[in-house]
Design a protein around this ligand. Sequence first.
Ligand SMILES: NC(=O)c1ccc[n+]([C@@H]2O[C@H](COP(=O)([O-])OP(=O)(O)OC[C@H]3O[C@@H](n4cnc5c(N)ncnc54)[C@H](O)[C@@H]3O)[C@@H](O)[C@H]2O)c1
Length: 316
Amino acid sequence: MKTLITGAAGFIGSHLCEALVKDHQIIGLDNFCDFYDPKIKENNISFLQGSPNFKLVKTDIRNQLELAEVFKANKFDLVIHLAAMAGVRPSIENPQLYTEVNINGTVNLLEECRKHNVKNFIFASSSSVYGNNKKVPFAESDPVDHPISPYASTKKAGELICHTYHHLHQMSMACLRFFTVYGPRQRPDLAIRKFSRMMLNGEEIPVFGDGSTKRDYTYIDDIIDGILKAIDFVLSGNKYDVFNLGESQTISLTKMIQTIENTLEIKAKKKILPMQPGDVEQTYADISKSKTILGYNPETDFETGIAKFIDWLKIQ
Ligand SMILES: NC(=O)c1ccc[n+]([C@@H]2O[C@H](COP(=O)([O-])OP(=O)(O)OC[C@H]3O[C@@H](n4cnc5c(N)ncnc54)[C@H](O)[C@@H]3O)[C@@H](O)[C@H]2O)c1
């Protein structure tokens, strides 16, 4: 199977390439943007260099002409679209960039799929589409009409445009709402990696709010398992559906810091700061639909996941 993975050099993309490279012929597309150090991304996929089943294409999904060349040169069976400007807070500073990459870039890809008759598509959405949903856990049937950051709005827009292409062009689709993903190679801007690194360096960590905000942290292996199951789902017919991929377990910010402290055996020096605009109070995934339809079954509890992450971080 020939598979295009966009955002292949990123955190989740590099793990997905690792999981698929035995069975799929992968074209890994990435523009190595400087949202964080591109050298980290080169490192993420360095183990794939030389693999006969992996080819890296340095292209920007905003560039329709270059995308067209990639689709002309390859007959894809499946596209897994992970490339995006990620991150909630920076999207408030630069909403145009998030719109160009996350919305226009997604439409560019869908257009190439339409023109080249590629029928299977997976879209990386986000738990942020739920905004400050009061009902927990968050279910796919809950209304998601009140996103509170440009990033969240672009992800909701992505889900909608995917549905349109499913409806008009019979493309089989799964939109996956990832809940805060962590583990080896985690993005350096995300709190678990940032805090762990700062604590190892003896630096003060910025704590936004009183520590009561909660996240449903999802270990990378469980996310990859969910994506693999979503591949089977889209390949099994002409479908469209949205799925939560989380652990269905909430961890407060205070508990997250304590778990890192216990694992590192270092007491954090905290700088307490006000809550940041765009940050939601909690995320909590109802995963019953993903369990029933996809057979998704996350297995990694937070303490185990953090221990594996810290083992990896210490050798970086
Ligand atoms: N990590 C999480 O907790 C999380 C949670 C919810 C959703 N997501 C989504 O999952 C996907 C992957 O996230 P990640 O954490 O691996 O992020 P990441 O930043 O590590 O990976 C994204 C990759 O996309 C590439 N990219 C960015 N703009 C591009 C462009 N214009 N053209 C081509 N490539 C481009 C980047 O260079 C990067 O390698 C994203 O769509 C993100 O929004 C992630």
